[in-house]
Design a protein around this ligand. Structure first.
Ligand code: MRU
Length: 341
């Protein structure tokens, strides 16, 4: 397989490595990954995360195993096991479906490697196209609120929602970002803050529960977020807390955009109620862990509700920024998303 390098995933000279996002920003540790078990652990523990990136990481591993001589049966099992690691982000299923098709070819090793390379390179291009469309929506001087991490760390390219912000800053400058810290796993505080700092884009970190008063004070001009799955009717799942922002945006009359590539569209899912939402470990809510160690503040056995994602209904979305253009409610109601696949 050719060398493929992204911010947090790389295949170089026959070695697949993943940057441990759980330890960022204070430690930059790369893990070599040679087995399905190792990749499953990396995905489930969110060391590799972000809807597009988990699909790409799993694909590169399958291609690597194919090159190492894995049988068709072993590759089928690998694809099935990797696909089951996280249920909400559909990009992973999209990638695994493409690999299953490749596995049907007589020279399946060549086909699988070509498919994994294509998916990786395509993701870079999809990010670029979303950013170009989305940057048109941003004005110089805008204060933009975002949630979770949707940048280069979460994709092979410059990101989805954060890629739009990056492009807007490059094109007209003078952008300021409000970064939701994004409890429970703090992807905003740990990863988005890290990326904005690296890109030298001015930002201010807030706790998630500060967004309402910021909006009431007129300090948020736009909200841009990513998605893990967009249903045919435009409802979408994204990191838990996104729906809160959409409701607040509606109340305060603030434009609310979702940015995602075509690989995040799931036209087989009719509406948001049909999206499976991953429930995660209670420990993530009872305390926090990372490069600094672990802290537990709740009673050890506190009852916990911990959905990783929530669903934002299409009626709260101002625009869907995809790699093929920007779609509004009337486009979506007339079936524009469903027609894209
Ligand atoms: O649980 P995570 O960190 O993988 O969740 C990520 C998100 O919710 C992102 O907003 C989404 O995957 C889009 S990333 C380009």
């Amino acid at each position: 397989m050719q060398n493929l390098v992204a911010s947090s995933l790389k295949y170089e000279n026959g070695t697949l490595s993943v940057l441990n996002q759980y330890l960022l920003p204070h430690q930059q540790v790369w893990h070599e990954c040679n087995s399905v078990e190792a990749m499953k652990e990396l995905i489930i523990s969110l060391k590799i995360r972000g809807a597009p990136l988990i699909g790409l990481g799993a694909s590169l591993l399958v291609a690597h195993l194919a090159e190492q001589g894995a049988t068709k049966a072993a590759l089928t099992d690998a694809i099935n096991e990797l696909e089951a690691t996280r249920p909400t982000a559909v990009n992973l299923m999209h990638c695994m479906a493409a690999l299953r098709e490749a596995l049907k070819q007589s020279d399946f090793v060549i086909a699988i490697v070509a498919t994994a390379e294509r998916l990786f390179i395509e993701d870079i291009e999809l990010c670029e196209r979303m950013a170009t469309f989305g940057a048109e929506l941003i004005n110089s001087g805008d204060n933009i609120l975002t949630h979770c991490n949707t940048g280069a760390l979460a994709t092979a390219g410059i990101g989805t929602a954060l890629g739009v912000i990056y492009k807007a800053q490059q094109q007209h400058g003078n952008v300021h970002v409000w970064v939701d810290e994004t409890r429970p796993l703090l992807q905003g505080g740990r990863l988005t803050a890290f990326e904005l700092e690296r890109w030298k884009i001015p930002y201010t970190l807030i706790c998630d529960n500060m967004a309402a008063s910021l909006m009431a004070a007129g300090k948020v001009d736009k909200i841009v977020v990513g998605a893990d799955r967009i249903a045919a009717n435009g409802d979408f799942a994204n990191k838990v807390g996104t729906y809160n922002l959409a409701v607040l945006a509606h109340f305060h009359n603030i434009p609310f955009y979702v940015v995602a590539p075509v690989t995040t569209l799931d036209t087989h899912t009719i509406c948001g109620n049909d999206i499976e939402i991953e429930q995660r470990n209670s420990a993530e809510v009872r305390g926090v862990s990372g490069s600094f160690g672990e802290a537990l503040w709740a009673p050890t056995n506190a009852n916990v509700y911990n959905p990783a994602f929530d669903v934002t209904p299409a009626k709260l979305v101002t625009g869907w920024v995809l790699d093929s253009g920007i779609y509004d409610k009337s486009d979506v109601e007339s079936g524009a998303l469903a027609a894209l696949k």
